[in-house]
Design a protein around this ligand. Structure first.
Ligand SMILES: *[C@@H]1O[C@H](CO)[C@@H](O)[C@H](O)[C@H]1NC(C)=O
Length: 413
């Protein structure tokens, strides 16, 4: 999702065989959600844990895991992890928060995507130094080098910057990760123009030249289905817009023998978006020789009434979409075509009926919208109170105040 306005204002999967030659059966390898909120409050750096940002709720992750999701993307802020320069040592407390979240996810047998959610920027400035970026990735990869269920996501949504810089930063990250001894993990590379699938072929074609000695590059693209593709509206352009927007990228992956992952997507809780989302996923699944899966934007404990919230037990998307999405979750049957990709699905939880049991143990710190909030036109603790496109109430119930999390999301804290 685009946070550009705010940022400007403020500081190949392990195929043993050559890629593209052996079609796997029609099943994704991964399906999951971003587990957001450690990147919240990016106007407050470093910010206060529990006030400006929070780590994902492990019991909520477990609920999604039990439902069959097997990959979770964990956004965090580079400025909080390495507060001084990209080459500095990490802040131990924030690092421990990241590590415990990642280790919880991988201990369930799922994959964890480590996502520096920085739009190719550090303190608001476009990152151009490949050596600084490499140093950052050496730091991160060293921490996770022994965990083969960790996936490194080079950076969230490069945008509005030089295309050669994007290429060189991605290559520097790959080289640094491998040199740090993290040789078994997948690396998700992202592109310019918010890594959009719909513009991939016109913007990011030079990324075809990225190389990895381990041959485990996956191209992470994002795609929203609202008119400007920004993911800020719950209105989708049409029932067919999903497939339409990923089609040229699919052909690019196929003609270049590359693999892709849809790292962010979402749709509003309505029938047009439902058709658009399921149409896109069905098309991708038919092309799962190149599409390894997808992850919804977003789960996380502070999303509250957000239009795309995948947070159990009452997130808008969780209640509307989970069952629809589950049709695309990786199957248990090991139905893939005998390539090494089968191993990624074998540890998936077979439980699909424990959702209610686990949600009851979820942290009680997350309140739901109070029943009186609409009548009094005030917004309850945690709920959305502003942001681009927001038409609801903007006044918070006492004693809370409406605080900007990013250009598109303000909430009562
Ligand atoms: C990939 O690299 C080769 C060799 O440098 C170059 O000729 C080609 O134009 C590059 N491809 C793209 C799409 O940029």
């Amino acid at each position: 999702m685009r946070y550009t306005l705010f940022l400007l204002a403020s500081a190949a999967l392990a195929l043993a065989v050559p890629q593209g030659n052996s079609k796997r059966a029609s099943s994704f390898v991964w399906f999951g959600a971003s587990e957001s909120c450690a990147e919240f409050g990016n106007q407050n750096i470093p910010g206060v844990l529990g006030t400006d940002y929070t780590w994902p709720d492990t019991s909520a992750i477990q609920t999604l895991r039990n439902a069959g999701m097997n990959i979770f993307r964990v956004p965090f802020l580079m400025e909080r992890l390495v507060p001084n320069t990209l080459t500095s040592t990490p802040n131990e407390i924030y690092l421990q928060g990241l590590k415990s979240t990642v280790e919880f996810i991988t201990s369930t047998g799922a994959y964890a995507i480590v996502d520096p959610h920085n739009y190719g920027r550090y303190y608001g400035n476009i990152i151009t130094s490949t050596s600084d970026f490499a140093a950052f990735w050496t730091t991160v990869a060293t921490e996770f080098a022994s965990n083969d269920k960790v996936i490194f996501d080079t950076n969230n949504e490069f945008n509005t910057e030089d295309q050669t810089v994007v290429l060189n930063l991605n290559q520097a990250a790959i080289n640094a990760i491998r040199a740090a001894g993290a040789t078994s993990q997948y690396i998700f590379v992202e592109g310019n123009s918010w890594s959009g699938a719909w513009t991939w072929t016109s913007v990011n074609s030079n990324l075809v030249n990225l190389t990895d000695p381990q041959n485990k590059i996956v191209y992470e693209m994002h795609q929203y289905l609202d008119s400007d593709g920004s993911g800020t509206s719950d209105t989708c352009v049409s029932t067919t817009i999903g497939q339409e927007r990923v089609q040229s990228a699919t052909e690019w992956l196929q003609s270049n023998g590359k693999l892709g992952f849809l790292g962010e997507f979402a749709g509003g809780a309505n029938s047009v978006c439902q058709s658009a989302v399921t149409g896109m996923l069905s098309y991708m699944q038919e092309n799962s020789d190149v599409w390894l899966g997808a992850s919804w934007w977003a789960a996380g404990p502070w999303w509250s009434t957000y239009i795309f919230s995948m947070e159990p037990p009452s997130g808008t998307a969780y209640t509307y979409y989970l069952n629809l999405l589950s049709a695309y979750f990786p199957s248990n049957s090991g139905s893939s075509g005998g390539s090494t990709t089968t191993s990624t699905t074998t540890t998936r939880s077979t439980s699909s009926s424990t959702t209610t049991a686990t949600t009851t143990t979820k942290s009680t710190t997350k309140s739901t919208t109070s029943t009186g909030s609409t009548a009094t036109a005030t917004v309850s603790h945690w709920a959305q109170c502003g942001g681009v496109g927001w038409t609801g109430a903007t006044a918070c119930a006492s004693p809370y105040t409406c605080q900007v999390q990013n250009a598109y999301y303000s909430q009562c804290l």
